[in-house]
Design a protein around this ligand. Structure first.
Ligand code: ATP
Ligand code: MG
Length: 163
């Protein structure tokens, strides 16, 4: 059976950004990343690297108050959602599925901070959990949920080669 879980050590901020960058190169339009991790774990930092790989030059910050930032000036758009301040009911009222269904919005990469607040999930996604490492940096765990198009083993090799 194909690898379903990959754990990586992110030694510093640059490593977190690089993981985002490599994911941006690896993922196909329409892909969803659900991010989990405490305040300051590095979710926005990772999405900054993702944005860079998609060619977005605007600065990317947490849309904690605006909830959704859409970067559509590039070939593959980035949809950055931050659900921190919303209840599951509040999230439903936003119809988050428009970002992954590919009907109303041009298919892009969807990255969702505080994805624990989603009342329902996309049919397939990459679950990315960031945790504080007791020694240094952060741990990243990548888990595939129904995402057959993603080869975690191959991505792990790409990561090693980048180190
Ligand atoms: N691997 C790492 N090692 C050490 N520091 C890191 C690492 N990755 C990111 N950081 C730092 O940790 C902080 C993370 O902030 P960031 O805004 O990305 O967190 P967040 O998970 O989005 O938080 P919030 O839940 O408030 O949105 C930044 O100061 C960043 O430089
Ligand atoms: Mg954030």
């Amino acid at each position: 059976m194909a690898l379903q879980l990959l754990n990586l050590l992110l030694r510093d901020t640059a490593a977190t950004q690089k993981l985002g960058y490599l994911l941006g190169q690896y993922l196909s339009p329409g892909a969803v990343i659900l991010l989990q991790g405490e305040i300051g774990a590095g979710k926005t930092t990772l999405i900054q690297g993702l944005g860079k790989s998609l060619g977005i030059s605007e600065p990317i910050s947490s849309p904690t108050f605006t909830v959704i930032n859409e970067y559509t000036e590039v070939a593959v758009p980035l949809y950055h959602l931050d659900l921190y301040r919303l209840s599951p009911e509040g999230v439903s009222a936003l119809y988050p599925e428009i970002y992954w269904e590919g009907l109303e919005k041009t298919p892009g990469i969807v990255a969702i901070e505080w994805s624990e607040h989603l009342p329902y999930k996309p049919p397939e996604y990459l679950l990315l959990t960031l945790t504080y490492n007791s020694e240094q940096g952060r741990n990243a765990s990548l888990q595939l949920i129904g995402l057959d198009s993603f080869d975690l083993e191959q991505f792990g090799t790409i990561w090693k080669q980048s180190e």
